[in-house]
Design a protein around this ligand. Structure first.
Ligand SMILES: C[C@H](O)[C@H](O)[C@@H](O)C(=O)CO
Ligand SMILES: [Mn+2]
Length: 420
């Protein structure tokens, strides 16, 4: 489609939506405000650069061996820039601590903001923000399966220091990039088999987190988010940082609660958590992911689960209290395409949520008119969202659905396949 065709299709779609009271121009203005927090670790299968020979641990795994993964910080930034050029809007990128860019031999408890200056320079060039994650896995000191809740004080102290340093790095991001940097905490701690004592590890985790958070840091620059999980592979029976644990921690400490869509029982609907937590809590961080039977971290597609999440955010007016991060890693496909597909789908999901006569539907629901609620929501599924999306892409100078893949394939040939 050429630009003229896109505009004509948009004008027709605009009229169609106007008939049900939806102003598409206004919707696109709102959509522009959406900032995803795109995870850097899709670009190199969660390897990072600090510990080259280290295997991925912590009960998470990446399958696949697609050629061309980023092996240096420069390559990862170049790949991220390519992906960002194909995703409409201005976003953020989330780093893990293992993505420090330095020639020094530095351990996780020694990291400083200066080890991330090249990332900040790059973010300034891109005009984007940076979020952060301490890396509490893939390290000899997490080999016992315990980090912040370890019964070994020395191990605990190592990870507490890492947590403290992660806050200083996130603060630095916030100051330099003039926007709050969310600092996400996820630890893999837990047992494969049934424990006798569940209380002590949780008490140790509370104490360790409190020590990490002891220093007051201006929230203008950074805020912590805490990510719970039902289980990980090898940690099937007991996870110290469960959902209830972190929800309570976040509520009592004024922090964000992280909802990773892959971290729940498959019959649970993560989107249902938002309206239960937000009336009490400061806000949420999301890790939008696609669990296939388990926390498999598949690339996000425009499926029912994603739409439930994005519809909740829009319908319950939660967008200003929720940071929309992504978390998936697939090494069986082109990694840049993975970022582009997952990010574009998440934005499309939000657009889908916005392109609805929400007030009208709320009124119908309140009046007990569930027939109208069902009829209209079903009808909306075949409304011309694609035409609105195409127009949004053109407005933001990014390729249409049928065009971006050729761009990625060209980059793959010229750049990714030349890497050994
Ligand atoms: C890289 C991980 O996915 C990430 O740190 C964490 O957010 C997670 O989801 C672990 O399952
Ligand atoms: Mn996650």
């Amino acid at each position: 489609m050429n630009t003229g065709e896109v505009i004509r299709a948009y004008e027709l779609a605009k009229e169609r939506y106007a008939k049900i009271g939806v102003d598409t121009d206004q919707v696109l203005k709102e959509l522009e405000k959406i900032k995803l927090s795109i995870h850097c670790w899709q670009g190199d299968d969660v390897k990072g650069f600090l510990f080259p020979g280290q295997e991925l641990t912590g009960g998470i795994s990446v399958s696949g061996n697609y050629p061309g993964k980023a092996k240096t910080p420069q390559q990862l930034r170049q790949d991220l820039s390519k992906a960002l050029s194909l995703i409409p809007g201005k976003h953020k990128v989330q780093l893990h601590a293992i993505y420090a860019d330095t020639d020094e031999k530095v351990d996780l408890n020694e990291l400083e903001p200066r080890h991330f200056t090249s990332w900040v320079d790059w973010a300034k060039e891109e005009g984007i923000g940076l979020d952060f994650n301490g890396t509490f896995f893939s390290h000899p000191k997490s080999a016992s399966g315990f980090t912040l809740s370890s019964p070994d004080q020395k191990i605990r102290e190592f990870w507490i220091e890492h947590g403290r340093r992660s806050r200083k790095i996130a603060e630095y991001f916030g100051k330099e990039l003039e926007q709050q940097s969310v600092n996400n905490f996820w630890v893999p701690d837990g047992y494969k088999d049934n424990p006798i004592d569940k209380q002590s590890p949780r008490e140790r985790l509370i104490e360790a987190l409190d020590e990490i958070m002891a220093e007051e840091i201006d929230e203008k620059y950074t805020i912590e988010a805490l990510e719970g999980k039902l289980f990980g592979t090898g940690v099937e029976s007991f996870t110290v940082g469960s959902h209830e644990f972190y929800m309570a921690y976040a509520l009592t400490r004024g922090k964000l609660w992280t909802v990773d869509a892959g971290h729940f029982h498959p019959t649970e609907d993560p989107s249902d958590k938002f309206s239960a937590f937000l009336p009490f809590g400061k806000g949420l961080m999301l890790h939008v992911s696609r669990p296939v039977r388990w926390d498999s971290d598949h690339v996000v597609i425009l499926d029912e689960a994603l739409i439930r999440i994005t519809q909740s955010l829009v319908r319950d007016q939660q967008l200003d209290k929720v940071n929309i991060g992504l978390d998936f890693f697939d090494a069986t496909i082109n990694r840049i395409a993975a970022w582009v597909i997952g990010s574009r789908n998440t934005i499309k999901g939000i657009l889908m949520g916005m392109l609805a006569p929400i007030e009208d539907l709320k009124a119908a629901e309140l009046a007990g008119d569930y027939t109208k609620r069902l009829a209209v929501t079903e009808a909306l599924k075949t409304y011309p969202i694609g035409a609105v999306w195409d127009y949004y892409c053109v407005k933001h100078n990014v390729p249409l659905e049928e065009d971006w893949l050729a761009d990625v394939q060209h980059y793959e040939k010229e750049e990714l396949f030349t890497r050994n």
